[in-house]
Design a protein around this ligand. Structure first.
Ligand code: GSF
Length: 203
């Protein structure tokens, strides 16, 4: 399998962490999808990474689809419960982490527009989503060891990638002071090899 991605994308990071936790082999191809010469659309018509090539002409895209597939490939370290409410809960945590990322990526892109075109109202709206997501993460984590209780799961990976992205792109958001329980969780996650090996390079 070959994963197409970038070293800075938090969605790609989530996928690489799952590869590592599942102990699955893969090749990693770095692709800059913002270059006009990118060939990403021959594998993913939406033009985004991560994109997983299963065969030369067979691809899977969207990190949520890829990680769900990877989890079925090996019984090592099950990351998503098989069914029911438990499964939906883990996927909802993932949606929360990814939703925070979507808002963050939107802000980063908005700020790259020419100064006179930047909408501060739009940025504030996205910032509101980030802050609301953090509040919900902290409330639902409570004093548990991991997002859904005692077991490490995809929920923790998604939340860890979201918090890591805030450190990377939004160092002014002091989520550690506001939410010490998230800081405690993140400290545990950041010590895992899967997180250490996928830390984004300094901006
Ligand atoms: C989001 C992927 C994404 O936005 C997923 O895979 O989970 N829901 C998708 N990827 C960005 C890179 S980044 O900001 O992480 C991307 O490839 N953007 C290219 C574009 O044309 O929007």
């Amino acid at each position: 399998m070959k994963l197409i991605g970038s070293l800075t994308s938090p969605y790609v990071r989530k996928t690489r962490i799952v590869f590592a936790e599942k102990k699955l082999e893969y090749k990693f191809e770095v692709e800059n999808v913002w270059e006009p010469t990118t060939k990403i659309q021959s594998h993913n018509p939406i033009g985004k990474v991560p994109c997983l090539l299963i065969e030369e002409n067979e691809s899977l895209y969207d990190s949520r689809v890829i990680v769900e597939y990877l989890d079925t490939l090996s019984p090592v370290s099950r990351l998503i419960p098989q069914s029911g409410r438990e499964r939906a809960n883990v996927k909802c945590w993932e949606a929360l982490g990814d939703g925070l990322l979507d808002a963050g990526v939107t802000i980063v892109k908005e700020k790259q527009r020419p100064a006179e075109q930047i909408s501060h109202e739009w940025i504030e709206r996205q910032l509101g989503k980030i802050l609301a997501a953090l509040k919900t993460m902290s409330r639902d984590l409570g004093e548990q060891s991991f997002c859904t209780g005692v077991n490490y799961s995809l929920a923790d990976i998604a939340v860890g990638c979201a918090l890591g992205y805030l450190d990377f792109r939004f160092p002014d958001i002091d989520w550690r002071t506001t939410y010490p329980n998230l800081a405690k969780l993140y400290e545990k996650l950041a010590a895992r090899h899967s997180f250490i090996d996928t830390t984004p390079p300094a901006a």
